[in-house]
Write a new protein. Sequence first.
Length: 311
Amino acid sequence: MRVVVALGGNALARRGEPMTADRLRANVRATCQALAGLAREHELVITHGNGPQVGLLALQNLAYSDVAAYPLDILGAETQGMIGYVIQQELSNALAGEREVAGVLTTTVVSEDDPAFDRPTKLIGPQYSAQDAAEAAAEYRWTIARDGKLFRRVVPSPDPIRIVQAPLVQLLLESGRLVVCVGGGGVPVKTSGGREIGMQAVVDKDLASAALAAELQADTLIMLTDGDYVSENWGTPQQRDILTATPEAISELRFAEGSMQPKVDAAIRVAKAGGRALIGPLDRLDDLLARKIGTEIKPGVPDGIVFVNGA
């Protein structure tokens, strides 16, 4: 089975934890140990987010004012190397060297006319209080949005059109390698006259992972989060957890734009390409695969949508 696993932020950094290298490695080590069984038995591609890390690098850039701050495409490439290195190493360690793991620095083609460039929604960097967020917005000319009870910087997040290195990933899988790629959604680029040009944005890693899964004709896309299910009316008395749904049925519902909606959109893209998508908790991966928890989106669900406990 060919599987793409997209690691959410909780696989790399827990909320409230300092974003240190030691914490990154500890979280990735635990994640890779959970994935080891899947990696031994299947063709596996691991993708990952980078929102907290790319925002941290941007802040560190601003601390040195003698040179212009590096742009977001360069910082995105930095996070691919930083996080991809740790995943590659820890997955290899978890497998005791049984399989070779290859990291691929990935670029993702986007359209420069994408309306996302006029409407930033992608959360990056650390959380701020209302006062600190207002000060940062004024000083750095950032766009700020609410993230729970606190605030974070938001940047454009254009839709991925295609993953440039998908054919290379295909060759690596066919040769028996495991692959780490599409870090942070891949570095966003536009193409002009046969040349790639970096764009100032951060592509959603779930949507980019879905694009890759479709190009690879993967059987399954697994998006690992810190929630048990995709839920209609999340956080309200009317909340209903979704067990299974067709892409058509779930597309009729709306979810939080900056968090769950991109995952649902990614799942719809994969299911419409003939695969299936699972969304569920990292710490219960075996139960997710056994369909004891989490949400599955696939074609051919007789009732269109099935809620947990028939809610």
